[in-house]
Ligand binder design. Structure first.
Ligand code: BV8
Length: 231
């Protein structure tokens, strides 16, 4: 690792860390938002308006997780978690489970997880790897039609924000990997780190919207940059 001994590293990942595993990103050429409007599939209003359309959008993405594997970037971050002597906080915006499959044990999913269902009535959330439909019955409360993907939509509060800011304040190195810096509050973490005097590093395929805010930016595929950073 090319930094003079950080003691506490805060890593934020985005879709770019899973791109080489075959998971679609959002804003790249051919990305998810070039095929469908987020207002139609990734907001509570969209779910209220046309639940089956929203379920179908997430069912297709959930099914897509079956045939893919973690890539060297996920594996390098898991190695960092095992071997780094200090504190490592891994926060991901991703809703896939490739960090876990790559060996990371402590992953903070601030935008939820695609392979979990959430009951909109009782709040029960549990592993769910198959399709979800509005006809489904919640096993916890018995209600029908209340199960949705356990993901954070636009206009909804991301998870674990208090813990995230606590960890960010304790960090002495902030590393952003594979994110366009387009969505808040995640996109605001780098300026918060800068305000706190924390060293900031961007590892991304190309300069992101927020590249100018980083002390250092390295550009290239995550499967190459992340193992090189962890070594
Ligand atoms: C909130 C889960 C408030 C679902 C996601 C106006 C109207 C409404 C809202 C807003 C508004 N203005 C601002 C907002 C807030 C809004 C927002 O920021 N909107 C944006 C569009 C302006 N944010 C929210 O609504 C958030 N909630 O603010 O709540 C609140 C407060 C109190 C109480 C209640 C509520 C919630 C946002 C979460 C939305 N959910 N995902 C799903 O996945 O379907 S967002 C989704 O997009 C991701 O999770 C991620 O967060 C975000 C950005 O995606 P990235 O991961 O960055 O991916 P992207 O494709 O954009 O970029 C990929 C990058 O990787 C690129 O830079 C590329 O170069 C790079 N890359 C590609 N290949 C590689 C690579 N890098 C390395 N190697 C490679 N091989």
């Amino acid at each position: 690792m090319a930094f003079d001994g950080p003691k506490s590293i805060f890593v934020l990942t985005g879709a770019g860390v899973s791109a080489e595993s075959g998971v679609a990103t959002y804003r790249d050429q051919g990305g998810l938002w070039s095929k469908v409007r987020l207002e139609d599939v990734a907001t509570p209003e969209a779910f209220a308006r046309d639940p089956e359309r929203v379920q179908a959008f997430y069912n297709a993405r959930r099914a897509g997780l079956n045939g893919i594997s973690p890539n060297p970037a996920h594996e390098a971050l898991a190695r960092l978690e095992r071997e780094f002597g200090g504190t490592l906080t891994l926060v991901t915006q991703n809703i896939d489970d490739l960090h876990e499959r790559g060996g990371s044990e402590n992953v903070i999913h601030m935008h939820g997880r695609l392979r979990r269902s959430l009951c909109a009535i009782c709040g029960d959330t549990r592993e769910h790897h198959s399709d979800l439909h509005v006809t489904e019955v919640c096993e916890a409360c018995g209600e029908t039609g209340t199960l949705r993907p356990d993901v954070v939509w636009f206009g909804e509060m991301p998870h674990h924000m208090e813990l995230i800011f606590e960890r960010l304040e304790q960090a002495d190195l902030f590393v952003s990997i594979g994110t366009s810096g387009a969505v808040y509050p995640a996109a605001g973490f780098v300026s918060e780190a800068g305000r706190l005097g924390i060293r900031t590093l961007e590892l991304n395929l190309e300069p992101s919207d927020g590249s100018f805010q980083f002390d250092e930016a390295r550009h290239g595929p995550a499967s190459k940059l992340v193992p090189a950073f962890v070594e």
